[in-house]
Write a protein that binds this ligand. Sequence first.
Ligand code: 8YV
Length: 317
Amino acid sequence: MSQPRSEQPELLVLRALMPAQMEQLEQAFRLHRYDLADEPNALLDAVGSRIRGVVTGGVPGFKAEMLPRLPALEIVSTSSVGTDSIAVAACKEKGVYVTNTPEVLNDDVADLAIGLVLNALRRLGDGHEYVRSGQWAQRGMMPLGRTLKGKRMGIVGLGRIGLEIAKRAEAMKMEILYTSRSRKDVPYTYHATPAELAANCDVLMLACPGGPETRHLVNASVLAAMHKDAWLINISRGSVVDEAALISALERKAIGGAGLDVFDNEPHIDARFQQLENVILFPHHASGTIETRTAMSQLVVDNLKAHFSGQPLPTPV
Ligand code: 8YV
């Protein structure tokens, strides 16, 4: 697209893409940087009526309250696979397209999920601290970890990411069980409910989408069904877990521990997590690699360019 500047569609940027993709946007569109504005409200007043596209990410998402201020809006393109922070229904009602970034992050997210399992059972973080703090020389061998082989991984949500986690867990010789909205054609053991799955696994892996349908899917009774040594790993959304119930279970040592990439109220997480020893904490960064964030950014650009040149959207929601 090489249109004169005045004819370029105008986009509101709520969250920047990777630099190379920002450059592509700058070539093809006229950008208004809400993300950098000193007075974002004043910016909206000034340009809102001309905005035809929004660029955003899982954070800050896109709220329905913005729609009346963007009457010419045609498309919201988010650099995230999750759409729980995007007002998808309100957009659709107004005829505004929404696109996301599925597939391109599956491998990195699945790798990180396995990383958290390895960290939990083999105590990678503890080992690092043991060497760095000099305890190795003072106290000798660090406490033993646990073997992954033969352990049962119960996956909640066997979608695109869940399946990639399952493949990797199989390679670690783990046994795979799952629960999902529907039974899948896979060689893994199906359980009808999260509680039933929780009672039958050593690692409960959350890989389902966030949003109202899965809110607090893992509640106090699911946590109570887990074995005393079992670990909860969450790479989906904080909202899937009742965090108060989880913190209570961790404080009481009712479960082995929790490996968490996602939380309620990120990045201002419940301070009690930072006091616990049976947790592994990661800053919502499972897709946080240069390669994957570049691919996600490129999908945003490709969707916007496709829309404004009348082509089918590569990844509509
Ligand atoms: C990102 C994610 O951390 O894609 C998602 O849904 O949760 C992550 O990949 C984030 O949302 C980027 O905007």
